[in-house]
Write a protein of this length. Structure first.
Length: 112
């Protein structure tokens, strides 16, 4: 799924749930302009933003039509794997551990 396809799917889900962009942005605690850019396919959201949006809409990655194996952000194949790892968390504690581990790996990679 490319950015435009995801944006279109997100817009469809948002409308089916009866949200305006402003209402969803407020519920997801993100900037409305940011949501607009995602829906228009300008870019794919970060994991944090994606998680907020899907949580606010009450849908899973699968329901949003995201096939993680096909996600390529900034030509970085590790992004999809990171999304898979984060999405597999069974609770908030596990998610927090995964996020901390990924931050450590990211920091280590930047140092090289």
């Amino acid at each position: 799924m490319n950015n435009k396809e995801f944006g279109k799917r997100l817009r469809e889900i948002r409308k089916s749930k009866g949200y305006t962009q402003q209402a969803l942005a407020e519920k997801a605690e993100i900037d409305e302009k940011h949501l607009s850019r995602v829906e228009n396919g300008k870019y794919f959201p970060s994991y944090a933003t994606l998680n907020k949006l899907l949580g606010a809409l009450g849908v899973t990655l699968d329901e949003a039509g995201i096939e993680l194996e096909q996600v390529e952000i900034n030509k970085n194949p590790l992004y999809a794997k990171a999304l898979q790892i984060l999405n597999s968390a069974k609770d908030d504690n596990e998610l927090s551990c995964y996020i901390d581990a990924l931050k450590s790996v990211h920091k280590a990679l930047k140092l090289k």
